[in-house]
Design a binder for this molecule. Structure first.
Ligand SMILES: C[S@@+](CC[C@H](N)C(=O)[O-])C[C@H]1O[C@@H](n2cnc3c(N)ncnc32)[C@H](O)[C@@H]1O
Length: 323
């Protein structure tokens, strides 16, 4: 489960307070219906992590750093590392926990560095991250001054990874909820910034997704949308016939101009394209914390196409505001 006491305390001084009970009920309902073969194993990893009351947390650096090497003895560090490795695969990061470097599949800091100086400053903002994975970007949001960051992602492994880190994060106002935005099923109109990064192309109804993101934001709030795009005109959208880069669940990959049109038609204003970047094998790669296949295995030899023959992954970041 989530830490209900800390969650209630974190939302107390924000507009999210009014939704607090309903959010907690949604999370409880998720756990009461949870039927995941690995949950008992992951949850016992979290329960047996060694206690530690260190003070140093650094959330505003590329490698999120929790504690120092001097805070734990060697035996505890070895136990901690083997526990954290049981939560394999670690996809988003990197993190350093008591000097144990969790070298994740993705350098999620690359994405953050592309957007952090171009979005509305996060200082004192209330942030939602839809499809937050293990919470890396929520932690970076608080590192950049957000007063609260809530992440939603139904993946129980990523939730377990966050819970393992949360053990050492004190009262950091970040809460990762193992549910989808649909599970919350109400219009917040309460967040200052909502991130949707790496989620739109997984959505069967991208317009519905953009409208849902809009409904989370208060008037003047900012959506940060990051997704796969293709080169092309306002008329171009790629719908893969089957898999895209071996992923089964990729539905629509628009051109930037087409995505801009979607945002306009959804009623967003001040739409800005911040960045377009080709994903490289420096940013997404196999490591000893993620030993499965990675980007290199999904691409043609010259890295220009996916192994299915589609254009290789190109990602755009847009910001758009709610009137
Ligand atoms: C490609 S990852 C992106 C993670 C992170 N946002 C990033 O940019 O690195 C997509 C994540 O979205 C989650 N996801 C997919 N559909 C979702 C939904 N409807 N609501 C919330 N999360 C979703 C998946 O579980 C996965 O962790």
């Amino acid at each position: 489960m989530i830490d209900i006491k800390l969650f209630t305390k974190s939302v107390e001084k924000t507009e999210i307070r009014q939704f607090s009970d309903r959010i907690i009920d949604s999370v409880k309902s998720r756990f009461s219906n949870l039927n995941h073969g690995d949950w008992d194993r992951w949850s016992s990893v979290i329960k047996t992590l060694p206690d530690n009351n260190h003070t140093k947390i650094q959330l505003d650096s590329d490698v999120i750093t929790i504690g120092n090497s001097d805070d734990v003895d060697n035996e505890s560090r070895i136990f901690l590392e083997s526990s954290l490795r049981k939560l394999h695969p670690w996809r988003k990061g990197p993190f350093k926990v008591f000097n144990i470097l969790i070298n994740t599949e993705w350098r999620s800091d690359y994405k953050w560095n592309r957007l952090k100086n171009l979005i509305s400053p996060l200082k004192d903002r209330v942030v939602l991250d839809v499809g937050c994975g293990n919470g890396y970007h929520c932690l970076r949001s608080v590192g950049d001054g957000a007063k609260l960051a809530i992440g939603v992602d139904p993946n129980i492994l990523y939730f377990s990874q966050y819970r393992s880190l949360q053990k050492y994060l004190g009262e950091t106002p970040v809460h990762i909820l193992p549910i989808t935005l649909n599970d919350l099923n109400f219009e917040f109109q309460a967040f200052d910034t909502t991130f949707s990064m790496g989620v739109l192309y997984h959505s069967k109804s991208p317009i519905e997704h953009l409208l849902q993101i809009k409904s989370t934001l208060k008037s003047g709030g900012q959506a940060v949308i990051e997704t796969l795009v293709i080169d092309g005109s306002v008329k171009d959208v790629l719908m893969p016939e089957g898999r895209y880069a071996k992923m089964k669940n990729v539905w629509f990959i628009p051109s930037c101009l087409q995505l801009e049109l979607w945002l306009k038609r959804c009623g967003y204003k001040n739409i800005n394209l911040l960045n377009v970047t080709k994903t490289t094998i420096n940013e997404q790669r196999k490591t000893d914390w993620m030993t499965f296949e990675s980007l290199e295995d999904y691409l043609s030899k010259d890295f220009q196409h996916t192994i299915e023959g589609y254009p290789a992954p190109l990602r755009a970041i847009f910001t758009a505001e709610v009137p």
